[in-house]
Design a protein around this ligand. Structure first.
Ligand code: 13P
Length: 255
C-alpha cells in the first residue's frame, strides 16, 4: 500500500506576504485528517512564512532545489542544512525547468539526490520526456536513462526513500495533460524498471507522482490509475481553492 501524495510546486510564484495569506486561508479550510500526505514547495524566500503558518499542521514544506555541496563560495546557492534549518523536510530535485534553463545534468541530479539523502531530506526526483522525444517514440528510453542516472550508486534501501515524479515536459504549464492512460503507461514502465534494477519490494514501495497540467478536473482520473500515487501540481497549487479541491478529491480515491 502506497499512501497518496499531493504536492505543490510553486516555482517562482508568491512573495512572502502572499504566502502568509495563502497559508492562513488554506489552514482555515482544514488540513488535518486527509488521506494523502501533503506538501508545498514555495520559493526559498517564502519558506519562513509558510513554516510560520503551517509548520505545526499536516502540510509538509519543501524546497525546490538544493546545492550538492555543504557550504562555500557558491553565490546564490542553498545547501541541504540551510533548507532543513529553515523547516523543510522535502526537496525537489531535477525538475525539467532546472534541467532546461539551468543546465542541470543527470550527474548533477545524482549528486544532489545523494546529498539530500545524506542530510535526511526526503527527495522528489523529477523525470520526463520532451515533446519531440515522445513524438520520436523514445519516451521509455529517455525516462529510463534519467531514472537510472539519478539512482546511480544508491543502495536499494536508500532508493526506497526516494519519491519520483513523472512530469512529461510537453504537459508542464502548456494546458496539455497526459491522459490518465498515457501517464499510467509510463508509471508502470518506471515501476518495472525499478523492480529490474532494485529490489522488487522497494519498487513496490516507491511512490511515483504525476505532474503536468494536474487540476481539479483531471485529478480523480489520474489518481485512480494503479501506478499513479499522487500529483505534483504547478499552476493549480497556486490557488487555495484548486489545491484544496484536489486534496479533497484524493480523500475519495479508493485503491
Ligand atoms: P503545471 O501543473 O503548471 O503543469 O506544472 C507541473 C509541474 O511542473 C510541477 O512540478
Amino acid at each position: 500500500m502506497r499512501k497518496l501524495f499531493i504536492a505543490g510546486n510553486w516555482k517562482m510564484n508568491h512573495t512572502g506576504t502572499e504566502t502568509e495569506r495563502f497559508c492562513r486561508e488554506l489552514r482555515a479550510k482544514g488540513l488535518e485528517g486527509h488521506k494523502a500526505d501533503l506538501l508545498l514547495c514555495p520559493p526559498y524566500t517564502s519558506i519562513h512564512a509558510m513554516v510560520s503558518v503551517l509548520g505545526d499542521s499536516a502540510m509538509n514544506v519543501g524546497a525546490q532545489n538544493l546545492h550538492e555541496k555543504d557550504s562555500g563560495a557558491y553565490t546564490a546557492e542553498i545547501s541541504a542544512d540551510m533548507i532543513r534549518d529553515a523547516g523543510c523536510t522535502y526537496v525537489l530535485i531535477g525538475h525539467s525547468e532546472r534541467r532546461r534553463y539551468f543546465h542541470e545534468s543527470d550527474e548533477g541530479v545524482n549528486a544532489k539526490l545523494k546529498k539530500a539523502l545524506d542530510k535526511d531530506l526526503s527527495p522528489i526526483v523529477c523525470i520526463g520526456e520532451k515533446k519531440e522525444e515522445r513524438e520520436d517514440g523514445v519516451t521509455e528510453k529517455v525516462v529510463r536513462k534519467q531514472l537510472l542516472a539519478a539512482l546511480e550508486g544508491l543502495s536499494a534501501e536508500a532508493a526506497g526513500k526516494v519519491t519520483l515524479a513523472y512530469e512529461p515536459v510537453w504537459a508542464i504549464g502548456t494546458g496539455l495533460t497526459a491522459s490518465p492512460e498515457q501517464a499510467q503507461e509510463v508509471h508502470r514502465f518506471i515501476r518495472r524498471t525499478l523492480a529490474e534494477n532494485l529490489d522488487g519490494h522497494v519498487a513496490d514501495r516507491i511512490r511515483i507522482l504525476y505532474g503536468g497540467g494536474a487540476k481539479p478536473a483531471n485529478a480523480e482520473a489520474l489518481l485512480s490509475e494503479e501506478d499513479i500515487d499522487g500529483l505534483l501540481i504547478g499552476g493549480a497549487s497556486l490557488k487555495v481553492d484548486d489545491l484544496y479541491k484536489i486534496i479533497e478529491i484524493a480523500d475519495t480515491i479508493n485503491k
